[in-house]
Design a protein. Structure first.
Length: 417
């Protein structure tokens, strides 16, 4: 039986790992596409029921039934339409599974009728590599017949070449997705989970006059564990520079790095003028991460000599953003949350308003420095500077990242003739 959905909207998903499976769930819920083609590139388990179980269950979020209908809701209807292909139907949405090709160029998307593909393998992240190189690559999906390919990870060039291909663009839904041009952009990165959450915390600050004058900023993400970490201690590979990556994820708090700064500059170019630093601290939880954002602002004093920038001003900015332009993507919360409270929360970021703090000090500018700038004075000038600490939660797998990835995918499909 062929999945005959000619002239219908079909989504291709390459990879059925953490993001691939959760993207499948999200798209079943949204019902934006008429059918979904999932490429596993290999056999799964011993029979079709094993494959269905992989699609249906999740150790972090429960199962697809709970996701679609809640804890006390009905069970999702899953039927086998064709055991040979195989073709499965989940809540009326046909899902065909391909099990032969691992190289993107060998996945016959054209024959399957797929125009939009999301690559969720994490293996193909370099948009500078072409299929002519003989290596499996992201652009192989285009050679296989797809019109657009979306990478569920930040672009990264292994050759060290700067990623400046004119048809490649990094986009985050709700931040810069309106830059998409179907004539120009064919390879898209949806950045990372941390960049997604962070960009939605930074955006309101840049767009309000009270907070747009940023001197410097830094971020630490207290990040849930991922599949890139070792379950138990293992021996580092030859030439390894970070021995902590091979230490047990179950037993340690592990200092790590993050490439969020470069990705953030691509979606919010204004941040290039800010001395921004970022790092990551991995902790032994399965999902939900926490951004600790520290920002220093040039500020002003009111008529009474008090700083105009305060905890209330910053929280009000986030509250307005959550009710206005970032509604549905940014959540303003005055609760005292813990990470488990945010599992499955469908938002890019959740501001923990209870923990927003500000302090204002005065930075002295000595007279010689002022004179060098053409200002004649015998006394130093004190410049008011406000430091703010802002916390934002994000469900780094389903609620924040996959949710925004899914909305970005739908937007690109809607705007691709």
């Amino acid at each position: 039986m062929k999945l005959d959905l000619r002239n219908k909207k079909l989504l291709g998903i390459n990879g059925l790992g953490r993001i691939g499976k959760l993207l499948l769930w999200n798209q079943i819920h949204l019902r934006h596409f008429d059918g979904i083609i999932v490429n596993c590139g290999r056999e799964v388990g011993k029979d079709l029921d094993d494959l269905i179980q992989v699609m249906e269950t999740d150790s972090t979020y429960g199962n697809i039934h709970k996701f679609l209908f809640g804890m006390v809701g009905r069970k999702a209807e899953i039927k086998v339409l064709d055991a040979e292909k195989p073709i499965i139907e989940i809540e009326g949405i046909p899902v065909k599974v391909l099990r032969q090709a691992r190289d993107p160029k060998d996945i016959n998307w054209l024959n399957e009728g797929v125009r939009i593909v999301v690559d969720c393998t994490g293996n193909f992240v370099d948009p500078t590599v072409s299929p002519e190189s003989g290596k499996p690559c992201l652009r192989g999906h285009l050679e296989a017949g797809a019109l657009k390919v979306i990478c569920s990870a930040p672009f990264k060039s292994k050759s060290g070449i700067k990623v400046d291909n004119p048809d490649a663009l990094t986009m985050i839904y709700g931040i810069n997705h309106l830059q998409y041009n179907h004539r120009e952009h064919h390879v898209i990165s949806a950045a990372s989970c941390t960049t997604t959450g962070l960009s939605h915390l930074i955006k309101p600050l840049l767009e309000n006059k009270e907070t747009s004058n940023i001197i410097t900023a830094s971020m630490s993400t207290i990040h849930a564990s991922t599949n890139t970490q070792s379950i138990l201690d293992s021996v580092p590979k030859a030439g390894a520079t970070d021995l902590r990556k091979t230490r047990s994820v179950l037993n340690n708090i592990i200092l790590s790095t993050t490439g969020v700064t470069k990705a953030l500059e691509q979606v919010l170019p204004q941040i290039r003028n800010v001395g921004f630093m970022a790092d990551s601290v991995r902790i032994p939880t399965s999902t939900v991460s926490l951004i600790n954002l520290n920002v220093t602002f040039h500020t002003q004093l009111d008529a009474k000599g008090e700083p105009i920038l305060s905890r209330k001003v910053i929280n009000d900015i986030y509250k307005r953003a959550s009710e206005g332009p970032q509604n549905g993507l940014l959540v303003y919360s005055e609760r005292q949350n813990v990470s488990a409270d945010l599992i499955g929360t469908m938002a890019a970021a959740v501001v923990e308003a209870h923990e927003t703090h500000t302090r204002t000090g005065f930075m002295p500018i000595p007279a010689p420095c002022l004179e060098a700038a053409g200002v004649t004075t015998e006394k130093e000038i004190l410049i008011p500077v406000t430091h703010a600490k802002i916390y934002g939660w994000y469900d780094n797998e389903l609620g924040s990242y996959t949710n925004c990835l899914s909305q970005l995918t739908n937007y690109i499909e809607e705007n691709t003739p």
